[in-house]
Structures are given as C-alpha cells and as structure tokens.
Design a protein around this ligand. Structure first.
Ligand SMILES: CCCCCCCCCCCCCCCCCCCCCCCCCCCC(=O)SCCNC(=O)CCNC(=O)[C@H](O)C(C)(C)COP(=O)(O)OP(=O)(O)OC[C@H]1O[C@@H](n2cnc3c(N)ncnc32)[C@H](O)[C@@H]1OP(=O)(O)O
Ligand SMILES: NC(=O)C1=CN([C@@H]2O[C@H](COP(=O)(O)OP(=O)(O)OC[C@H]3O[C@@H](n4cnc5c(N)ncnc54)[C@H](OP(=O)(O)O)[C@@H]3O)[C@@H](O)[C@H]2O)C=CC1
Length: 515
C-alpha cells in the first residue's frame, strides 16, 4: 500500500487553480489514488457563461476523469466548488464558505495564477502575489492545516543561468509592490515595469519570483513547500499518455506547426528543451505535500521539477520528432503542409517571417476577399508571431537547475510510492513522449478523430500539388518578366535553348551512327 495515498485518505484538501491544466490532473490523481479522501475544496469562478456547477460537471465528465469514476463513483459528492475570484479582495469567498475552509482544511495546493506573459504588472501582481498573500493569511487561521504547497515556476529566476533550490530575493519587497499597486496609476506602472522585472522577460516570471519571496516571508509557522516546474507538457503515463487541454507553451506551437501556419521559429536547436510531463509534476506535488506534512522540514524546501539535468533533450531533436509525427499523424484541414525549421539569427528569422508567414497570409486574405469571405489569416498570423516572440526567450538558451531536494525526496519514498507517485524523469523516452504529445494535441485540443487521417493525408497531397503549381506559375511569371526587361536574361535564355537543341541533335545523330 502506498503511504502517500493512505496519507491523503480522509483528508480535506483545498486546491486553487483546480480548473487549470495542472489543477485538473492533480485532482484526478488524488481521487484515483485516494478515493477515500474526505473532500476536495476547489476555488472556482464562473467562466465563458458557465456556472461553477457546470464547470465542475464538465471536468468530471471529461476523458481525463474516466478512470476516477471507476474507483470513486461518488466523486461528485467529494468535490466542493467554492466561488472565488483571485482578482477580488478576500478572494470574494463568502463568509460561510470561508468558515468551512478555515475549520476543516488539512492541505492546500496553491496552483492558481495568471500564466500569461503579457499581463500588465498590476494584474500579474494581483493574481500571483496579492492572492497568494491572502491565501497565506487564510492558511494561518486553519487549525487543522498540515501543509501549504505553493506552485511556482522554474523560470522565476530565469535571469540566472544556474538556479539552486533556494528563494532568491527580489530587488523590491513583495509587500511594497502590493502596496504600490494600490495607488500607482497604470501609466506609471507601465513605466516602472521594465526596471522592476529587469533581467526577466515578462511580468509572469517576475511575479512568480515575488510570490515565492512572499511565501517565505509570510509563511510564518506554516508548513510550506515550493515547487518549481519547468515547461509543463502533456501527460507521460497517467491517467493515459498525451493528455493536454490548453495551447500554452509547446502545445500552441505544435498546433501552429501541424496546421502549417508556423514555418520557422528562432531557436537554438542545441538548447535544452526542459519539458516536464504534467503527471510527473503532479506526482512530485503530492509527494511533497505528504513529506511536508509528515516531516515538517524547516526551513521551507524548494523542489525543482525539471528534466534538463537528469534526462536532457534539445529543441532540435524534439522539433524533428514533432515533424516526424506529423507525417504519421497529420492534422486535418491544414493551411499548408507542415514543414518548419529553426532559424538562429534575427535577420534570417525576419526574412522567413516576411516570406513564409506574412506574405502567404496576405495572399490568402486577398483570395478570401476575392471570394467574398472575411479575411482572417493576417490577424491570426500576427497573433502567432506575437506568441512566438514571447516564447523565443525560452527556446534560445539553456538553464541549469539543481535537483538535490527533489532527489532527496525520491530517496525518502518507499518502492511502492516511487511506483505510484513516479516523478523520475530519467525513465522518460523523449521520442515516444513527443509522439504521444502530438497525438494528444490532435485528439484533445483539436478534437480530431484518428479515423480522419486518410482524408488528412489526401488534403496534404492536394496542398502539395497546389504548392508545386503555385511555385511553377510564380517561376514562369518572374522569368517572363525578366525576359521582357533584361537583354542578359534573353541572351541566357537563347544560350540555354540553343544548347539543348544542339545536345538533342548530337544525341540523335550519335544514335543514328550506332544503328
Ligand atoms: C514540443 C517541442 C518542439 C520543439 C521545437 C520545434 C521547432 C521546429 C518546428 C517544428 C514544430 C514544433 C512546434 C513546437 C514549438 C516548440 C517551442 C516550445 C516553446 C515553449 C516555451 C514555453 C516556455 C514557458 C516557460 C514558462 C512556463 C511557465 O512557467 S507558465 C506556462 C506557460 N505559459 C504560457 O505558455 C503562456 C503563453 N501564452 C501567453 O502568454 C498568451 O497566450 C499570449 C500572450 C502568447 C497570446 O495572448 P493573446 O491575447 O494574443 O492570445 P490569447 O488571448 O491567449 O488567445 C487568443 C487566441 O489564440 C489562441 N492561443 C493562445 N495561446 C496560444 C499559443 N501559445 N499558440 C497558439 N494559439 C494560442 C487562443 O486559443 C485564442 O484562440 P481564440 O479563443 O479562438 O481567440
Ligand atoms: N503550464 C506550465 O508550463 C507551467 C505552469 N506553472 C505553474 O503551474 C500553475 C498552474 O499552471 P497551469 O495549470 O498551466 O495554468 P492554467 O492557466 O491552466 O490554470 C490557471 C488556474 O488559475 C485559475 N485562475 C486564474 N485567474 C483566476 C482568478 N482571477 N480567479 C480564480 N482563479 C483564477 C484559473 O481558473 P480559470 O479556469 O477560471 O481561468 C485556472 O484554474 C501556475 O501557478 C503556473 O505558474 C509552472 C511552470 C510551468
């Protein structure tokens, strides 16, 4: 029997961000391995016209939770959605709900955050810092609380090349940043943002670093741990390989490449692609929750959930595997044949963007206008190029994260726990993982059935023929224009034609003599 699974049995657990990518997998694993847990409180807000109950219903009836229903038939009775909005003071939790949370919560997993790279600093501070402060204040009033697990990111200190499992202080105290957001206007905040995030690429990584510092400073007597995942990708093994449900990180770009929108990306092929499967992150998170509650380590321990030092793979190898998988499992209704590559300098990248991204979008929008349809490709391409510009920071350099605490934790686990809560990425086969990842993007994000592959292949063959036809027509048009305007081109054309004529005549003559 797994000690960790037994530990969570009969526990009351609070998860923030449970409707997110990581939060859903965390919930699924808890219900599947500890079906006798007492309750999972989840902070949820209405979204896209769905009520809390509708959102929970949609999650519990998703493919991700298929196995849970077998082992925990009463799962819907064990999950309690609580209205909350991290944008609001006191998280907008009602008094009754707050009283219940304070009275019964044993473990907190704080996953909620804004993961957008382009959020204004005020919004990112509110979600990634102020909300964390409010959750810590709630936790300090929970008499039964055994552990507070904070999910940060391995890139919170991406301004450093080597990152240890310690909290690195930010130049300005989190509390001062929180206070200043209350009286500074947006214009001033926009002006000081670059100075505050100095060395970091965006407000996301900066506010995650502030959140860590706050947890360390205001964790007080709480039993706290911090987990820093790197780039979280689709599931590796459980509940099944390849599950993913959002366009963040690699997933969005795999869609863009598979649909033929993305043709080149500025990246360093030999740079370490520090991906980590979401189920690996969840297994580590649950192991950390158990270890923190049972062993109460002091001071606060930070755990890196990364793959680059243990089982490194690079963007070049991953990219080739992504492209190879497109051959096997093409996406439907592609805009162009998937064919992407890395560029390694800005000039080449700019040229490729103009020729391979913007120009085709303009031509296609022109065609849409001619056929009476609304142009949309240029807007989509601009959005994709903007997304890529924000992700490029992370695929053009490598970082090194120490993993002492994570390896120590693994050694503390029994063999059964190491099996059930496996976070040993040294066992990961990257080629197999990326293939499952691309197939998962097709099935779970694009909602494409595998039965549609033959038609998708036919569509790609049609695109190839159109591509050849277009290139031939373009060549002929350019050549005719050259012939009309350039005496040198005409001379060259005359030389080529006469050479071919003489060659054919000689060839015929030599054949006649042989006879
Ligand atoms: C798998 C390895 C492949 C190896 C390389 C391959 C190279 C050769 C080419 C072969 C093809 C391979 C393609 C894969 C490329 C791999 C590169 C991988 C890079 C990954 C780096 C990630 C680094 C993350 C580090 C930090 C990790 C964390 O700690 S946080 C989690 C990560 N956070 C994010 O990823 C958030 C990023 N997203 C944003 O910040 C925002 O979405 C945005 C600012 C980028 C876009 O904002 P915008 O307002 O324009 O869009 P939004 O409102 O969000 O959505 C509008 C519509 O666009 C869709 N959308 C959203 N995001 C993406 C996206 N990333 N790609 C495509 N489309 C996206 C969204 O669904 C919306 O659609 P509608 O709702 O219909 O409007
Ligand atoms: N994905 C990755 O590559 C990595 C993620 N992480 C960290 O993991 C954690 C989870 O990330 P991930 O699951 O990918 O992110 P998602 O964007 O998928 O989920 C974010 C969660 O936070 C919730 N949330 C956001 N804003 C609010 C709000 N105003 N009120 C209430 N809830 C809110 C979202 O709720 P809703 O569904 O209502 O929007 C969602 O449940 C984050 O802390 C992130 O920093 C760390 C490293 C890598």
């Amino acid at each position: 029997m797994s000690m960790i699974a037994a530990f969570y049995g009969s526990k009351s657990i609070l998860i923030t961000g449970a409707t997110g990518f990581l939060g859903k997998v965390l919930m699924e694993k808890l219900f599947r391995t500890s079906p006798d847990l007492k309750v999972i409180y989840i902070l949820v807000r209405p979204k896209a016209g769905q009520t809390l109950q509708q959102r929970v219903f949609q999650i519990l009836n998703s493919k991700l939770f298929e196995k849970v229903k077998e082992v925990c038939p009463k799962v819907h009775e064990k999950i309690k959605p609580i209205y909350a909005d991290l944008n609001q003071k006191d998280l907008a939790i009602s008094k009754e709900d707050m009283q219940e949370l304070l009275s019964y919560t044993n473990i907190i997993f704080h996953c909620a955050a804004t993961v957008r790279f382009d959020d204004p600093l005020r919004h990112a501070v509110q979600l990634n810092v102020t909300a964390t402060q409010q959750l810590l204040f709630m936790a300090s009033q929970m008499p039964k609380l055994e552990a507070f697990i904070h999910i940060s990111t391995a890139y919170s200190n991406c301004n450093l090349k080597h990152i240890d499992e310690v909290v690195y202080p930010c130049s300005v105290e989190p509390k001062k940043i929180i206070e200043s957001m209350e009286w500074l206007d947006d214009a001033i905040i926009d002006e000081i943002t670059p100075k505050l995030i100095a060395g970091r690429p965006n407000t996301y990584t900066y506010t995650k670093a502030l959140g860590e510092m706050l947890v360390q400073q205001e964790g007080g007597n709480l039993n706290v741990a911090i987990i820093r995942p790197s780039i979280v990708g689709a599931t590796w093994q459980e509940p099944f390989p390849g599950w993913v449900d959002n366009l963040n990180g690699p997933s969005g770009l795999i869609v863009a490449a598979g649909k033929g929108f993305l043709r080149s990306i500025k990246a360093t092929p030999m740079a370490v692609a520090d991906l980590v499967p979401v189920d690996t992150v969840v297994n580590l998170t649950l192991a950390v929750g158990w270890y923190t509650a049972v062993h109460r380590p002091k001071p606060t321990l930070i755990y890196h959930c990364t793959s680059g030092t243990i089982n490194p793979c690079n963007w070049g190898k991953m990219g080739l595997q992504v492209l190879a998988t497109f051959e096997k499992v093409p996406f439907e209704r592609a805009f162009r044949r998937p064919n992407a590559d890395f560029t390694t300098n800005y000039f080449t990248a700019s040229c490729w963007n103009a020729v391979s991204h913007r120009a085709p979008a303009i031509i296609y929008d022109f065609y849409l206008r001619l056929t009476g349809r609304k142009p949309r490709m240029t807007k989509l391409m601009n959005r994709l190029l903007r997304t890529i510009s924000m992700l490029e920071y992370f695929i053009n350099q490598s970082w090194e994260w120490s993993t002492y605490n994570t390896e120590m934790l693994m050694s503390e686990l029994s063999p059964e726990d190491q099996r059930v809560f496996n976070f040993d990425v040294s066992q990961l086969n990257w080629l197999e993982y990326i293939e499952n990842y691309v197939m998962g993007v097709k099935k779970h994000i694009l909602k494409e059935d595998m039965a549609g592959i033959p038609e998708a292949r036919q569509h790609l063959k049609r695109l190839r023929n159109i591509h050849y036809l277009f290139n031939t027509a373009l060549f002929l048009i350019i050549w005719c224009l050259l012939l009309a305007r350039s005496q040198m081109a005409r001379n060259m054309w005359f030389f080529i034609v006469s050479f071919c004529y003489k060659f054919i005549s000689y060839f015929r003559a030599s054949r006649t003599l042989k006879i």
